[in-house]
Write a protein that binds this ligand. Structure first.
Ligand code: IVH
Length: 666
């Protein structure tokens, strides 16, 4: 055999092995044999660079890191799905579909698992993978082709030559996820919270070599241009995908009616813990594509499909202890410490029990076995106690009469469930206030973290946050392990923030009910600290979005002894709060959007992100309501994300948002 012919055979051989390994999950050869063949391929390609074919397995290797992702418009909008949660809603869904189709029309279904990963649009043309784009807001996403090309479960060349627009989900299998977070922990990096975030984080980072090093899988589940390809049913589309060696859902199944769908739902529920990857429900799709088209869409979801969601994953564990935390506002929070347990992608050790009323309602005791789940997939919480596992030694945590930190008496307002420490100098409260004051969305003072603040507090150097501006280099030199260089750096990082925007200062003060957005609204309205200090309740309630409770809290705060003392001190310090200079209302790509940020953003603080969005024309809010049109989430997003998804609000990850709407920088 001529050597070049041999080379081509080798390419096909390795591609076939890749298919068996990555798509069929059924390796044909040993790793050693594979590696030997791969090395031989590399050698041949090095000797004969002109032989290299575009679909050679070696060509998947990620290229140079990108500078940024480019925005790409979807040719077919990437719809989301409406959710159902029980058998009753399943019947309603099926009835609704049947009712809206011409009488006598035969209705049948195709069910699949609902992959919990990152949604992608992938286009092939002339048999080649042309482009892969993230979902984004459904109309625009980011071009992530360079990363997606490295994924071996996705064929780089297919025999189908017409254009093929696909919808798919990128996933990180659970075992691979565990490997990645272990690697991250060892490298001292922040670990991904769950496999979905890991998939998103991998696809949306700029270096294709990183994507290549992580074993992503891409499941394909829709042909978006099926109609122009004369495909008649969803099942037919899936058959085509299988023929072309795409990875499709091995569990996918045609179902005739509600009974069969329910059976599928239950079968997959049982199989769920043993699947290699995370799923959060099943997807029910109408088979007949012409009927799909007749039904069309409502809002952003099709009428012809829905997601039948599973209840969140739960784990059983023991409450080893309950301790009490004192927050910045003085509220005492009972926190359960568990025997560590693995749940939905991470080990859970603690969960807030919120307050004593809730603890009593759920009858939670130290020593109890409990069921826990993660709210919004991220924040652990106790669902209920397992009373059948009690042996009698469990103990209730009594309502405290004094603060566990400063021992001063605590109080409970009649109208509130919260129990508070009222000592404004309680170290726990002060520490909370100080941490808040220096945080990214407030004064944003770099390098001053919990450990520095705790030491300064214990040394008696900080009675209020303003005291930070009286510290000298010598004060920092007195800290543990702090030499001249670090001490100077800390000193300078405070100095660098001695002129602060009004909105940041207001937020940093920690006024009850005043989050980043309210602080911005107040700053924009009153323009100076002086005006705000003087504002009467009436003037405060006139500010849009400010309820009575908030207005009163603001009014009271500016008259509190703590604030008056801080102002006295500030007058003597170098800290200056800047007045607001008028900004123009802008018309931009986000005009008309009411946007909410949630979770920890990695690129900038919340306040800065709000400014960024405002420069593009959006209005921002702190909470998710029916009026909200867009939610942007960062790491550790919780209930707001869950709520937005429930309300069908467009949900964008931080990367998608900044990638899709560049240009909000100053
Ligand atoms: S079909 C119009 N099928 O679920 C059809 N979606 O909540 C829309 N998803 O954003 C999608 N597995 O990312 C479909 N087998 C599957 C799916 C699936 C997961 C995701 C998809 C979508 C989300 C909607």
């Amino acid at each position: 055999m001529a050597q070049q012919e041999y080379y081509q055979k080798l390419v096909e051989q390795i591609k076939d092995w890749d298919y068996y390994y990555h798509v069929l999950d059924n390796p044909k050869v040993s790793d050693a044999d594979y590696d030997r063949a791969y090395q031989e391929l590399l050698k041949l390609e090095k000797e004969h660079p002109d032989w290299v074919v575009v679909d050679s397995p070696t060509q998947r290797v990620g290229g140079e890191p990108l500078k940024q992702f480019f925005k790409a418009k979807h040719e077919f909008p990437l719809l989301s799905l409406n959710n159902i949660y029980n058998e009753g809603e399943l019947h309603d869904f099926i009835d609704r579909v049947s009712r809206n189709l011409p009488a006598g029309k035969q209705v049948s279904w195709f069910c699949e698992t609902k992959f919990d990963g990152l949604s992608l649009a992938i286009t092939y043309e002339g048999g080649r993978l042309l482009r892969a784009v993230t979902r984004g807001d459904g109309s625009n996403g980011e071009d992530v082709t360079a990363n997606v090309q490295t994924i071996r479960s996705l064929p780089s060349k297919i025999s189908f030559l017409k254009k093929l627009s696909l919808r798919a989900e990128a996933l990180i299998p659970r075992l691979e996820f565990e490997r990645i977070i272990k690697e991250q922990a060892e490298a001292g990096q922040r670990e991904f919270a769950n496999p979905r975030n890991a998939a998103a984080g991998t696809i949306r980072q700029l270096d294709p070599k990183v994507a290549e090093s992580r074993k992503l899988k891409v499941f394909v589940y829709e042909i978006l241009n099926a109609k122009e390809l004369d495909i008649k049913t969803h099942e037919e589309a899936i058959e085509l995908l299988k023929r072309e060696k795409f990875l499709t859902d091995a569990n996918g199944k045609a179902c005739a009616d509600a009974l069969e769908i329910q059976a599928f739902y239950e079968k997959i529920l049982v199989a769920r813990p043993d699947l290699a990857y995370d799923i959060d429900g099943i997807v029910i799709k109408l088979q007949d594509l012409a009927s799909q088209e007749l039904l069309g869409i409502t809002g952003k979801a099709p009428r012809w499909a829905c997601a039948y969601k599973y209840p969140p994953l739960q784990a059983k564990t023991k409450i080893a202890n309950i301790f009490v935390q004192v927050g910045r506002t003085g509220v005492l929070t009972p926190v359960a410490e568990f025997e560590p347990v693995f749940l939905a992608g991470s080990t859970v050790r603690f969960a807030s029990l919120h307050n004593w009323e809730e603890m009593r309602e759920k009858d939670i005791r130290i020593g109890d076995f409990v069921l826990i789940e993660k709210a919004g997939d991220i924040i652990p919480q106790v669902v209920r106690v397992l009373p059948e596992m009690r042996h009698g030694g469990e103990t209730l945590l009594p309502i405290p009469h004094q603060c566990p930190v400063c021992a001063s008496p605590v109080s409970q307002n009649d109208s509130e469930v919260a129990i508070r420490c009222n000592n404004l100098s309680c170290h726990s409260r002060l520490l909370g206030n100080l941490k808040h004051f220096v945080s990214r969305d407030a004064l944003d003072i770099a390098g001053i973290g919990e450990s520095v603040l705790t030491q300064l507090l214990e040394m008696g150097k900080l009675k209020t946050p303003i005291d930070l501006f009286f510290l000298s280099v010598d004060d920092f030199l007195a800290l543990k392990e702090t030499r001249e260089k670090l001490a100077t750096k800390l000193f300078l990082s405070i100095k660098a923030r001695q002129k602060v925007e009004l909105s940041r200062y207001l937020y940093g003060l920690g006024i009850p009910h005043v989050g980043v957005t309210v602080a911005r609204v107040l700053a924009r309205h009153f323009k100076s600290l002086k005006m705000l200090e003087m504002a009467e309740i009436e003037a405060l309630t006139e500010v849009s979005g400010l309820g009575n409770v908030m207005a009163e809290a603001v009014y009271d705060f500016f008259r509190s002894p703590l604030y008056l003392e801080m102002e006295d001190q500030r007058a003597k310090s170098s800290l200056e709060v800047l007045d607001v200079v008028e900004t123009q209302k802008v018309d931009g790509p986000l005009s008309g959007q009411i946007l909410c940020f949630t979770g920890t953003l990695s690129r900038m603080g919340r306040a800065q992100a709000s400014e960024y969005a405002a420069r593009l024309g959006a209005q921002t809010t702190d909470s998710v309501t029916k009026q909200t049109t867009m939610l942007v989430y960062g790491e550790k997003a919780g209930s707001k994300l869950a709520k937005a998804e429930k309300l069908g609000i467009s949900v964008l990850s931080e990367e998608e948002f900044f990638g899709t709407y560049p240009g909000g920088m100053n």
